[in-house]
Design a protein around this ligand. Structure first.
Ligand SMILES: [Zn+2]
Length: 371
């Protein structure tokens, strides 16, 4: 059994400059990321399960909030939606002090009862892997489980090698954390270098000890510099957002529009198609990405690389101040860009294709891991 490694957000355009020095025996290929974020991408790559089958696309799904106190508080605090800083501050205070979780995020109170947080991260807890056949028989080390340091995870990995354990699955979050704090370029490269070297030193030790075993490293997406934040003001064109007419969810780069009437939906679709910032998914693309469920939006609009929504509901940053260095979740299109993910393989049995889409990457992962 091989060594299988997942590194969240390890960009192909970064790795292609480094990998020949880090692992001279390795093959590297680009992987085009699917739409969405880690909470849905990991499951697609490793379990071949897509949003339609899981009932979740972006973390917040249009599904009535089950917690009564959240629904009541949302109703009471609705007036704060019209006082922007107070709305944001009150949601932060509720989340930090009372709920101690991302309960309200940055969702306007009047829409909050309509949504539930359904995001589930595969690699945040080893229990999630117990029922997934692909991980059966693997020793698992997850950096995001309990927010462990890279050094701590590498110690555990090296210890496994010393105890002659070959079947290892490692998952790392360091590249995603670094990417969200700085723009692509010298600083990003310098910050990533130390961690990537540490990982590849471990890979070299495994390779030396178990020369016959395959080593596969995959990332879910890359990292692209955030260039511009945009506000798509549908209210100016289509009137006030309301559950009775239309409303839209937006996070970093994805907007999901819910419209009750077909005619209005068509007009909003035509408007979104005319914008230069992003791409409106066609029905066949929704099928390809497994997001046909209307609870994911009657319309799904994904921003092009480098654009982020100014009025982001996700709630980590204050309204109008989302300048986080780099990010992902953008519309990818064809070809290679900083958001392109990586597939790296050390194997005497097989070679990589020149370019991967998610379904082929899943087949490769399955075939290597279940060897
Ligand atoms: Zn990320």
């Amino acid at each position: 059994m091989p060594l299988s490694i997942f590194v969240d957000a390890l960009s192909y355009t970064y790795l292609r400059e480094q990998y020949k020095t880090l692992a001279p025996d390795a093959d590297l290929a680009p992987l085009r990321p699917n739409i969405g974020y880690s909470s849905v991408l990991h499951c697609q790559l490793y379990c071949n399960r897509y949003p339609d089958a899981r009932g979740t696309f972006v973390d917040w799904t249009k599904k009535p909030e089950p917690n009564r106190s959240v629904r009541v508080l949302s109703r009471l605090l609705q007036p704060l939606d019209h006082i922007a800083p107070l709305g944001w501050l009150s949601r932060k205070a509720l989340d930090r002090i009372f709920f101690r979780s991302n309960t309200f995020a940055n969702i306007p109170y009047r829409f909050r009862p309509l949504f539930s947080n359904c995001g589930k991260y595969l690699f945040f807890d080893r229990k999630n892997l117990e029922n997934e056949e692909i991980f059966a028989g693997y020793c698992v080390v997850l950096q995001d489980e309990g927010r462990r340091s890279l050094a701590d995870c590498m110690d555990e990995f090296l210890n496994l090698i010393q105890h002659d354990t070959k079947n290892i699955f490692l998952s790392f979050g360091f590249a995603d954390q670094i990417g969200h704090t700085c723009q692509r370029g010298a600083q990003y490269n310098a910050r990533l270098q130390e961690s990537v070297r540490m990982l590849f030193d471990g890979i070299a030790q495994y390779h030396e000890r178990f020369a016959q075993e395959e080593i596969l490293l995959v990332s879910d997406h890359g990292m692209s510099t955030v260039q511009q934040s945009v506000r798509i003001d549908l209210q100016r064109h289509f009137g006030k957002e309301s559950p009775k007419t239309y409303f839209c969810y937006r996070d970093t780069a994805v907007m999901c529009v819910f419209a009750t009437q077909n005619a209005l939906k068509e007009t909003i679709a035509a408007y979104l198609q005319s914008l230069p910032y992003g791409h409106l998914l066609t029905e066949s693309q929704r099928q390809y990405y497994g997001v046909t469920d209307r609870d994911f939006g009657d319309l799904i609009f994904v921003l092009h690389e480098g654009f982020v929504f100014e009025d982001n509901w996700f709630g980590k940053a204050a309204r109008r101040s989302l300048h986080c260095g780099s990010s992902h979740g953008f519309w990818h299109g064809e070809g290679i860009c900083d958001q392109t993910a990586s597939v790296l393989l050390i194997s005497q049995k097989r070679a990589l294709q020149p370019f991967y889409e998610y379904p082929q990457a899943y087949e490769l992962i399955r075939s290597v891991m279940q060897g």
